[in-house]
Design a binder for this molecule. Structure first.
Ligand code: HEC
Length: 717
């Protein structure tokens, strides 16, 4: 049977199946240890290339090329790279951050939006800040309680918190200077992206489209936290003005591209959850906007219209938020093809003339080179598997869609799908070699129109039917599923728009990339290997076995002439929460910050091992109850504890939970929310005690099955 038609592969519907001191320094070890430094302002960040010893802003420089000009560590000596120091974090949840380094101090943001300042030469903690995000916020986060980084500006460190706050901290002490709520807290908004700083302003977006929110980006005064402007990316209720920078362009251009009545009731989406880039050459701000809410265009907008500004890059005036231009990559977005992925600025020869361009590799699988002056696409080619469209017509800038890609009359098996041919994992651009390095992947997805769609507050609202999807039951089926998931590091020539080399991985969800003038490309993998490749041909030059998968991008910096390469380890994010652990139960490993230097000899603390599994209780439930439990688990639990109870180790493997033996203890946690502060809410608003018990029945059944599988087989078996 054709792979693409196989029922087995329905299960590849895996983006995600559904889905310490009161605002002061947690621990102030020695505030004087952070030296007073030359001020970091727009001019200094704009000239960041001239001080490669620092990593002043999320993407390294305003260009967000993630290219370090340091070359002490290089292609010839990288095999001598060793651990300089490590710093253990406080959780097994996903770590997606890119650290900043400013004058010898490293600032990292961690799961649950915490901030830690470390001596970048030794890893010694200088201060830590915990914004105390309420545990219940966890269930509003589609893709783990991650945070991708901080901004540094004029003596302050800025972080967006999962529950929607933007907080300014004194960079020297870690004390809070101000905090503003950037969202309506009654709505399921979350912040996971890094703020950006320029021109005395802090720019911040938000996420939550799957849950039904309306996207926007805001600018706050860096000193006071006062709101300067806001730009909405999708329309609100017809006839109601926001009094925002976006009002005018919506009235003139965007509103008529929306139809029906559901979009504004269900949020519309378009959330700016990752990339926001300031262009100091043209004095423009670029934002990448997200997918629609609900995903399904037919439900969201009666199947009509482009739905501006979903899945677009929008250029704004950084002072006023006024619209300058936009380019919509996926008109009438219907596949969760967000355009939030990293926006990189570069100068490239186009038809022999140097042009100021944006390089973009969004989820939809096309690599775009876009004119920064006009927003016009100059070229666009597939960098990965793409079957939803055959090409981009450069005269109109629009994709030529494949028949039935919109799954209106029939299901559509998309490869890659909603997880993206490239997701948020940062790419890097080497301007010397003129190559882009992309963490590419293939994660197929079956789109089925949800005939019975009803909006459910605080839950995923996709308009895509994902129920009835089951893992293959045979070992062969599971192996086939696993084989269909792939990742690779792709070196791409953005001028010729073609692949130069690739390094294949047998798993998707590999981490971000750093390129260096040492002719190296660094990447952490889904299988916990931190690697350096020769940037000219992809030859593996160095490898380090890390405690867990690495998701975010590595950085390079130097202190007193000593170069360091640093990265955060910590598996998590959307896919690993849901994706079944193919290799059996996984230990829950805490995240780490790892820093390397030539000749480094530091050792990691021993890795956690997985203890014996508590014996599950006997099963006395009927088949019908167990089946009901299976469905309840798939609908409410798989998104965090793993498909069919096969947790990948980010959150507890419920088959191994001691709570399985007690209906009361199980109820206390699952129904009444005894572990809410740890991110496990009670489900009393969604199900009754009977259904909670049915899940216990199902998990016990799976635990017994696993126990039997683990027993050595005898001839009698
Ligand atoms: C939004 C993510 C999320 C969802 C959805 C979720 N959980 Fe949890 N669950 C957690 C977190 C976080 C913890 C606590 C982990 C820790 O202690 O570090 C947890 C812990 C638990 C525990 C305690 C395990 C132990 O032995 O320590 C049980 C039992 C549990 N969950 C059951 C469920 C059930 C049943 C469902 C579905 C009805 C569910 N969870 C849905 C996030 C989730």
């Amino acid at each position: 049977m054709n792979l693409y038609q196989s029922k087995t592969f329905q299960v590849l519907c895996l983006k995600r199946v559904q889905l310490i001191s009161c605002c002061l320094a947690l621990l102030l070890v020695n505030s004087a240890a952070v030296p007073a430094a030359r001020v970091v302002d727009t001019a200094r960040i704009a000239a960041a290339e001239s001080e490669p010893g620092n990593w002043l802003t999320h993407g390294g420089t305003y260009n967000e090329q993630r290219y370090s000009r340091l070359q002490q560590v290089n292609n010839g000596n990288v095999n001598q790279l060793g651990l300089a120091w490590s710093f253990e974090l406080d959780t097994s949840r996903g770590q997606e951050g890119t650290p900043l380094v400013v004058d010898g101090v490293m600032y990292v943001t961690t799961a649950w939006s915490k901030v830690v300042a470390l001596d970048a030469g030794t890893g010694r903690r200088l201060w830590a800040y915990d914004p105390k995000v309420p545990g219940a916020t966890g269930i509003r986060a589609c893709c783990d309680v991650v945070n991708r980084g901080a901004a540094f500006y004029a003596g302050k460190v800025y972080v967006g918190t999962l529950d929607g706050r933007l907080i300014a901290l004194n960079a020297r002490t870690g004390h809070k200077v101000w905090s503003v709520m950037t969202v309506d807290p009654t709505k399921p908004y979350t912040i996971t992206g890094a703020p950006r700083a320029a021109k005395g302003k802090i720019y911040i977006g938000n996420g939550g489209a799957e849950y039904g929110v309306r996207g926007y980006v805001s600018a706050y005064d860096a000193e006071t936290g006062a709101l300067s402007w806001r730009f909405y990316t999708v329309p609100g209720q017809p006839g109601v003005l926001d009094g925002a920078a976006s009002d005018e362009i919506f009235a003139n251009l965007a509103n008529p591209t929306w139809h029906g009545n559901t979009y504004w009731q269900y949020g519309g989406g378009g959330t700016v959850w990752d990339s926001i880039v300031y262009d100091p050459e043209l004095d423009q701000l670029y934002i990448g906007t997200g997918n629609g809410s609900p995903w399904n265009h037919k439900i969201r907008s009666a199947g009509e219209g482009d739905n501006l500004f979903l899945a677009s890059i929008v250029a704004l005036n950084p002072d006023t938020g006024k619209y300058l231009w936009h380019y919509q990559e996926t008109p009438g977005e219907s596949w969760d093809f967000s355009a939030t992925q990293q926006i990189t600025l570069a100068k490239l020869p186009v038809d022999g003339v140097d042009k100021q361009v944006i390089l973009h590799a969004p989820k939809n699988g096309f690599f775009y080179v876009i004119d920064r002056h006009t927003g016009r696409p100059l070229s666009a080619e597939k960098f990965s598997d793409v079957n939803w469209a055959t090409k981009i017509d450069l005269t109109t800038g629009r994709p030529v869609e494949a028949p039935n890609a919109r799954f209106v009359t029939q299901a559509f098996f998309s490869s890659s799908g909603a997880s993206g041919a490239h997701n948020w994992f940062p790419m890097a651009y080497d301007p010397e070699a003129r190559l882009v390095f992309i963490p590419a992947q293939r994660i197929p997805f079956l789109y089925v129109n949800d005939e019975k769609f009803v909006f459910r507050p605080e839950q995923w609202n996709l308009g895509v039917d994902m129920m009835g999807t089951r893992l293959p039951t045979t070992p062969e089926g599971r192996a086939a599923m696993r084989n269909a998931l792939e990742g690779w590091l792709l070196a791409w020539d953005p001028v010729a728009q073609r692949e130069v080399w690739r390094v294949p991985y047998d798993r998707p969800w590999n981490g971000g990339v750093l390129a260096t003038a040492g002719k190296l490309v660094f990447q952490g993998t889904a299988t916990a290997k931190f690697r350096a490749y020769d940037s000219s041909n992809g030859t593996l030059r160095w490898e380090y076995a890390a405690p867990s998968a690495m998701l975010g991008g590595a950085i390079a910096y130097s202190i007193k002439g000593q170069e360091y390469i640093a990265i955060m380890a910590g598996n998590g994010g959307g896919l690993p929460l849901t994706l079944p652990a193919f290799d059996g139960p996984q230990p829950r490993t805490f995240g780490q910050v790892l820093a390397f230097k030539l000749g480094g000899t530091a050792k990691l603390p021993p890795a956690p091992t997985i203890g014996p599994t508590p014996a599950p209780p006997n099963s006395t439930w009927s088949e019908a109850v167990i089946e009901r439990g299976r469905a309840n688990y798939a609908a409410h639990c798989a998104s965090c504890h793993g498909m069919e109870t096969l947790s990948a180790g980010v959150l507890p493997d419920l088959r191994r939970s001691a709570l399985l033996s007690s209906d009361r203890a199980w109820r206390a946690v699952v129904l009444e929310g005894a572990l809410t502060t740890r991110g496990m809410v009670g489900f009393s608003s969604r199900m009754d005690a009977d259904n909670v018990e049915s899940i216990r029945a199902y998990v016990v059944t799976e635990a017994l099955r696993a126990q039997n599988l683990a027993k050595p087989t005898t001839p009698a078996d």
